[in-house]
Design a protein around this ligand. Sequence first.
Ligand code: HEM
Ligand SMILES: *[C@@H]1O[C@H](CO)[C@@H](O)[C@H](O)[C@H]1NC(C)=O
Ligand SMILES: *[C@@H]1O[C@H](CO)[C@@H](O)[C@H](O)[C@H]1NC(C)=O
Ligand SMILES: *[C@@H]1O[C@H](CO)[C@@H](O)[C@H](O)[C@H]1NC(C)=O
Length: 324
Amino acid sequence: MTAAATTTPMAIVSFSLLLLLLFGTSSAQLSTNFYSSSCPNVFSTVKSAVQSAVASEKRMGASLVRLFYHDCFVNGCDGSVLLDDTANFTGEKNAAPNKNSARGFGVIDNIKSQVEKVCPGVVSCADILAITARDSTVALGGPSWAVKVGRRDARTASLSGANNNIPPPTFSLSSLISSFQAQGLSAKDMVTLSGAHTFGQAQCTNFRARIYNETNIEASFATTRRANCPSTQGSGDNNLAPLDLQTPTTFDNRYYANLVSLKGLLHSDQQLFSNGSTDSQVRSYASGASSFASNFAAAMIKLGDLSPLTGSSGEIRKVCSKIN
Ligand code: HEM
Ligand SMILES: *[C@@H]1O[C@H](CO)[C@@H](O)[C@H](O)[C@H]1NC(C)=O
Ligand SMILES: *[C@@H]1O[C@H](CO)[C@@H](O)[C@H](O)[C@H]1NC(C)=O
Ligand SMILES: *[C@@H]1O[C@H](CO)[C@@H](O)[C@H](O)[C@H]1NC(C)=O
């Protein structure tokens, strides 16, 4: 008699319930080996494409990490951010947080076409975003993590979801915490994931009010930033400044050290260290006492677990910007 034959249905139900309790339902069908037989080369294909994109423009690594975040905050990590507008829906690309700001769509489309060459119709765009975010972080000197895959792609996108769920840089600490809690992420996750501002750039229009009107800002830093961001609305709106003053193309904890010295670029950045409940976490990351890098990796996995489409939901898009 085999072991399986002695297993009662009740035991199977109890065991399944145990697994459900241990791992939750939202990401139950994601796994690191989802493509191990259907597309064994997906990870190496994405990795070399990301490395070459980041080699030709370092900022692209930051842009790709942000794209993943903006995907996951709107109906989960389902590739919805990548869809162009159609006759049937207005997509997320033109939502306020993305318009003239989100970048890297061409890189994703190019990676998808390379993956289609090795395994046609197998790998979702949502998974390509998740793998790309990890490889971008690594390419800029950050930690690595095992990316869970098995997501499927949405057949629709939500302009209002992008406008409502992705917090703007004008938000207070309590509003930032609420935005993340609405996605099932904690205040601690919010502070950790904001550490992605260790790389990348922001436009003047997003930090003008802070550098001209706020008082919890270091004076010489404000002066430096004002030099390339005129006070008049509409003037120099797109001029760029680094989110992390000293090392905008490398992953490190300087972003947090800058918050402690009142050199956060965005209002929302400085909110994390402004005599509030998250000051101690920022101080701890700034001093290197607790590991920002390993917490960041864990929080990115949590971000990637947000309501994926799995099983027979959604589809595997052929081209990331269009439904099949
Ligand atoms: C906590 C709330 C957050 C707010 C209010 C916020 C806001 C912003 C803003 C306003 C910009 C500049 C956009 C522009 O001027 O074009 C930006 C850039 C960026 N954000 Fe965030 N962000 C937040 C959280 C996150 C998270 C969780 C991640 C990723 C895990 C992230 C990754 C990035 C990156 C990498 C950039 C630079 C992109 C580039 O250079 O292309 N942000 N963010
Ligand atoms: C819009 O929806 C209709 C009905 O479902 C479908 O036939 C049509 O192909 C869709 N158009 C686009 C551009 O997706
Ligand atoms: C600063 O605040 C004043 C008073 O509220 C406002 O009139 C002005 O437009 C603000 N300046 C910037 C650059 O936001
Ligand atoms: C914290 O409060 C003190 C005392 O009111 C103030 O001087 C300081 O600027 C505040 N710090 C921040 C980051 O807002």
